[in-house]
Design a protein around this ligand. Structure first.
Ligand code: CTP
Ligand code: MG
Length: 857
């Protein structure tokens, strides 16, 4: 016999129903993968070590339901192998399917009792089955059979052994699953009967409109092979609902468009069916216009609208279109709840002062990977909120009809030809999907974005995880940020020092830095002067309109200057403005706005002097140490001198103290070089030395260009600033294969540090060997500078010996991870990802900064 065809949802719940011995486990093994099958016997075994221990049944089913729920939540086909003859047991499973918005099917294996009994007699684990069990199970099964069709979306009763054996299974995709369609698409917002505007829009998008003999638009073909996607609400309110339907229906039929249902289509369907609906919100106009159409068109339109499904998942799951949007857990799911969300949105149950429903701000919390495009709520401008966008720009209310080009993410709109319908609420007063607060607030990081153990995905190092205690520490810092978080798009990574030198009198020396890169197969390096100031990140916008458009900051500021922990560098906003103005002018004068094709830049800089930010630290830590040494040591030297005069043999003590006196003086000189007075306001005495262009529009320059390019641009900025505020960073490129590379670099470094410089940073120049783990930079600090770090007497041989045991592993690992996170932040920023995604990486840098590591490194 030819087998029954059992149609099952590709993702969903399948419940096998049958008495013991009916062949459920056998059937399951034949048709499904082992991981798809969840059997009560197996669960009983897991919780009791005995698949037949009936006392474990309660726990076994708790486990079974947990597994089933988890799989369904994750969108996996799940087959339950248990007798399921009782309505009650099926209800619990159906509740899980409902909770996770998946379809369900039941397959009943109905065999004669004698067959089941005979089989069980032959099974060692069922031979002892009490005699009353089978008849009871059969009675329960019979009783439930009638209601099965109502319980499950599909129910199959396979009658007898032959039919069971012959049955075949075919899988059905959910209707909303059109992942195979990759576009490109033009997603079109709420049309509401604005036929002329729709034609304007399609023409503007490059479609060629097709007309019927009467000149009416009945199709639109895009020569570039693009597909239109309507977000629903084609109908009501506007002047030509039939015309819009005619065009959209023609396009859908010809494969030129897809269309999801809007709430207005759903209501119009009801009205056309003669059901009682409240004729409001423009329905009257549609009914009137449709009444003038021939019956056949009305029937076609009804069939079309009735057949519209609630959402589409497109392009491999990367694009979701639903009329009112859709939260992630509903993507690709099918249930009344999903449909209701897609058509009406998630309302809070309240109404606003205009009597309209207050919508739950689902987009604000959206964290899904798929882009969600929708309409439904008129907004003055289509704006991105966490990778979602509303395209209803109120065409029918005299606004615009808007389309989104996908995957380009470009908006295109045409103006309404007139105000076709008066809005209840002024268009400008429309709340965004964020629930009325500032729309950009939706971009802010949620605690769960960083507190989970999910880590941050980076290109360079894969997933970088953050420990909870460090996340908490970062949270503490971040929550006290003075800087507006919208500017906080990057935090600089830490950097490891060169391998400890073995040269007498040195802890760090260029030779080790060069050797490290040479060993990794790096061909060239650039040595950059390391200014001794404080790290500063500058975000510079060409003007306030760029700040508003790109960063959503509309308080008139056009940039920010913040420290490596994200605090505003200057307390005085006027000083920040002045510093940004100088940088802005330099960028402009150097011609970089045009050259880099951007209206904003993020620069990595050092701000001088050190004392500008660190004065408290200097006073408490360094000046105090220096003062104490300079006060006590001369006294000691004096005492020793007197003792010596009295003829006491002091061994080397006298020379030792003398050296310490000299060291104390050097210590003071060392830090004093980095401290100078600056004007109380304005920029007098201050300097900024940019050394890397991190990012601009659509481009992460940090990765797109080598460091010699960055040095060149930094030099041009310094040259372009006539005020001297923007400082130059000296640099030297070294070819690591050249025989004199080490000598040349060492000489350059000695000269730099002898003149009071902190030292240098060595950075690799490409091309890089693909697989080597390369430090993003290695610092090599000067001998005198290190005196500030390790104390006045660190150069004494016994101290140096001890310090040579310092361990760099942790610092290096930290530097690599923070670097990877920094680049991830820039990638996300320039990839126009939502701000919370950028902040996720930025926050992780901050969190890693609280990992315990030797602060002197
Ligand atoms: N069997 C068979 N031919 C079939 C189906 C089953 O010979 N077409 C045998 C199986 O090999 C097994 C016995 O019948 O030895 C019972 O089948 P099983 O699939 O284990 O029955 P279930 O319905 O799973 O029984 P239970 O509820 O007791 O787990
Ligand atoms: Mg079984």
């Amino acid at each position: 016999m030819t087998g029954r065809e059992i149609r099952l949802p590709e993702t969903g719940l399948v419940v096998l129903v049958g008495v013991s011995g009916s062949g459920k486990s056998h059937f399951a093994r034949r048709h499904f993968k082992p991981t798809q099958i969840v059997s009560s016997d197996f669960c009983r075994g897991v919780v009791s070590d005995d698949e037949n221990d009936q006392s474990a049944t309660g726990d076994a089913f708790d486990l079974l339901h947990y597994i089933v729920g988890t799989r369904l939540r994750r969108g996996l086909l799940t087959v339950v192998d248990a007798t399921n003859v009782q309505t009650k047991s099926r209800q619990r499973l159906l509740a899980l399917a409902k909770e996770h918005n998946v379809l369900s099917a039941a397959i009943v294996l109905d065999v004669p009792e004698s067959v089941a009994a005979e089989r069980n007699a032959a099974r060692p684990d069922r031979a002892d089955l009490p005699a009353h069990v089978l008849p009871r199970q059969r009675r329960e099964l019979r009783r439930g059979l009638r209601s099965l069709g109502r319980e499950f979306r599909r129910a199959y009763v396979l009658d007898g052994v032959e039919e069971i054996d012959a049955a075949t299974i075919v899988y059905e995709k959910p209707w909303n699953d059109r992942r195979e369609l990759t576009g490109p698409f033009d997603v079109i917002g709420d049309v509401h009967g604005c036929r002329a505007e729709l034609e304007d829009l399609l023409t503007g998008l490059g479609y060629e409109i097709e007309h019927d003999a009467r000149g009416r638009a009945v199709g639109a073909n895009h020569p570039g092979g693009r597909t239109a996607v309507f977000v629903g609400d084609l109908v009501d309110r506007g002047p030509d609902t039939p015309g819009v339907l005619r065009l959209a229906m023609g396009m859908v039929e010809a494969g030129q468009a897809l269309c999801v249902s809007g709430n207005h289509e759903a209501k119009l369907v009801k009205a056309l069916r003669g059901r009682k609906v409240r004729v409001a919100h423009g329905l009257a106009e549609s009914l009137e216009q449709l009444a003038r159409e021939p019956e056949e068109f009305r029937a076609d339109a009804l069939r079309f609208m009735d057949g519209l499904i609630s959402h589409y998942v497109l392009d491999g799951g990367r694009l979701v279109v639903a009329h009112a949007g859709l939260k992630e857990e509903y993507h690709g799911r099918a249930s009344g709840r999903v449909r209701s969300f897609a058509l009406y949105g998630d309302t809070t149950g309240e109404t606003d002062e205009y009597g309209l429903p207050v919508r739950y701000p689902w987009a604000r919390d959206y964290r899904g990977k798929a882009m969600v495009v929708y309409g439904h709520t008129p907004v003055p401008d289509a704006e991105w909120i966490n990778n979602t966008i509303c395209l209803d720009t109120g065409a029918v209310f005299g606004g615009r009809l808007t389309a989104l080009r996908y995957p380009e993410r470009e908006l295109f709109s045409v103006p309404a030809r007139e105000t076709w319908y008066e809005p209840v609420r002024p268009l400008a007063a429309a709340p965004s999907a964020t629930g009325g607060g500032g729309q950009r607030e939706s971009d802010f990081l949620h605690i769960k974005d960083v507190m989970g153990n999910t880590g941050v995905e980076t290109r360079l190092m894969g997933r970088v995880t953050v420990r909870e205690e460090n996340a908490l520490a970062a949270l503490e810092v971040m929550s006290r940020f003075a800087a507006d978080p919208r500017w906080l798009v990057y935090l600089p990574p830490t950097m490891a020092p060169a391998e400890t030198s073995s040269l007498p009198g040195y802890l760090e020396h260029p030779a080790e830095a060069l050797a490290a890169y040479r060993d990794k197969g790096v061909p060239r390096v650039v040595c950059e002067e390391k200014h001794m100031g404080s790290r500063a990140v500058a975000v510079v916008c060409r003007d306030a309109s760029v700040a508003a458009g790109r960063f959503g900051v509309d308080d008139g500021t056009a940039g920010a200057l913040y420290t490596r922990t994200g605090r505003a560098f200057f307390r005085d906003p006027a000083r920040t403005d002045e510093a940004l103005a100088r940088l802005r002018a330099a960028i402009g004068a150097a011609g970089l706005w045009d050259e880099l094709g951007t209206g904003w830049l993020v620069l990595d800089c050092e701000l001088l002097p050190w004392s500008a930010k660190a004065m408290d630290l200097i006073r408490v830590q360094y000046a105090a140490t220096g003062a104490a040494a300079r006060a006590s040591l001369p006294m000691a030297a004096d005492l020793l001198a007197r003792a010596e005069r009295r003829g006491l043999d002091l061994g080397g003590l006298r020379g030792h103290i003398d050296r310490r006196v000299a060291n104390a003086a050097r210590f003071r000189d060392a830090y004093a070089r980095y401290c100078w007075d600056v004007d109380a306001d304005g920029l007098g005495g201050l300097g900024i030395a940019p050394f890397q262009v991190l990012a601009g529009e659509d481009r992460a320059w940090a990765t797109a260009r080598d460091h010699d390019w960055h040095m060149d641009v930094a030099g041009r900025l310094a040259d372009a600033d006539p005020t001297g505020f923007v400082r130059r960073t000296g640099s030297l490129v070294a070819d690591l294969a050249a025989p004199d590379a080490d000598t040349a670099v060492a000489e350059w470094w000695e000269k730099l540090t002898a003149a009071g410089g902190e030292g240098m940073v060595v950075k690799p120049l490409g091309p890089f060997p693909a697989d080597a783990k390369i430090q993003p930079g290695i610092k090599c600090r000067g001998r005198e500078y290190l005196r500030i770090i390790y104390g006045p007497d660190y150069t004494e041989p016994e101290n140096l010996e001890r310090l040579r045991g310092r361990s760099l592993g942790r610092k290096r690992s930290l530097a690599m991870r923070e670097h990877a996170l920094g680049l991830a932040a820039l990638d996300r920023l320039t990839g126009r990802e939502p701000l919370w995604r950028v902040h996720q990486a930025v926050f992780a840098v901050l969190a890693l900064e609280s990992e315990p590591v030797d602060p002197r490194l």
